[in-house]
Ligand binder design. Sequence first.
Ligand SMILES: NC(=O)C1=CN([C@@H]2O[C@H](COP(=O)(O)OP(=O)(O)OC[C@H]3O[C@@H](n4cnc5c(N)ncnc54)[C@H](OP(=O)(O)O)[C@@H]3O)[C@@H](O)[C@H]2O)C=CC1
Ligand SMILES: CC(C)(CO)C(=O)C(=O)O
Length: 318
Amino acid sequence: MRFAIVGSGAVGGYFGARLVQAGHEVTFLARGAHLEALRQKGLELRGPAGDITVRVRAESEATRVGLVDVVMLAVKTYDNVTALPMVKTLLSQAASAQSPEGLPAVLPLQNGVDSPGELAAVVGERAVLGGSAYISTAVTAPGVITQTGTHQRITLGEFFGDTSRLSPRVSALKEALAGAGIQVEAVPDARVTLWDKLIFLAPFAGITGCSRLPLGRLWSVPASREMYLAGAAEVARVATAEGVAITTRMDALERTVDAVNPEVKSSLLVDLEQGKPIEVEALMGSVVRRGRAAGTPTPVMSTFYGLLKPHEHGRRQP
Ligand SMILES: NC(=O)C1=CN([C@@H]2O[C@H](COP(=O)(O)OP(=O)(O)OC[C@H]3O[C@@H](n4cnc5c(N)ncnc54)[C@H](OP(=O)(O)O)[C@@H]3O)[C@@H](O)[C@H]2O)C=CC1
Ligand SMILES: CC(C)(CO)C(=O)C(=O)O
């Protein structure tokens, strides 16, 4: 398959490199020193399974890519404003070459539940899938992506249209990903998995970000634990109010958090500590706005939102 990766950082770079290794035709859209490193030295993956370097095709301009079957969108959500026009260019180049399965398509791998809608506003619903990444990676130097732990998984499915069954294009993409050694789960309705992840992640990012503490210090304090669970219940109620058949059960969520390494910080807290912009809109703002629209109160998530919003741009100028 022909892939373009828009945002070749921690997530896009990792999964893109696995696809290159499996023989797929992959173009990495990147910028700055990372782009130069990808061109000069290739993409280096460091991790528990060993270190590898793959030679890659890296571009800064979407117009130079040519025909693709799948675009993976993996910039931070606050960079969608510059990334979505690139996705539009990539898909419009391939629009006349629609396959019987319904490709080309775009697979967002971002956190939160807003990305498919934001994409659809730019490229139309038909091309848009829903996806989530479960991995812990970071760009640790230009051209270098370091993985912590061994988990790496993509969940994908349809987000618009017929979400009652696995679509042919989801099945085709699942095969390509699985063939590249990526753990992959294909689901009929990606809205469910995106919301299930947000129920866990939004209050986790909120409480660790506001307290500047890793999970373990919070989870052992009953008042903090209650606050996390109240936030999670708010996100779950908003999902239900939107008609999404979430699968998260609160007792199971508690067990999930029990099992998380107590030293783990949310990526939002890591970004805050490093003075980087944070995905406060995609994680907290989205829940607050959607709750308001559905008439579902979100007092805990609104508190996280109000406390984190001033840090939205980090040290970057808005
Ligand atoms: N990292 C992880 O372990 C996980 C991340 N996620 C989610 O995945 C998404 C991506 O996160 P992550 O991979 O960590 O982010 P990164 O910052 O590591 O990677 C994003 C990359 O996209 C680049 N980029 C942004 N805008 C453009 C543009 N217009 N043109 C070219 N390149 C661009 C960035 O460049 P620059 O550095 O110059 O800004 C950066 O290299 C987020 O929504 C995150 O929440 C989900 C699960 C796990
Ligand atoms: C929960 C965690 C740390 C898992 O990698 C995550 O996805 C995030 O904080 O963004």
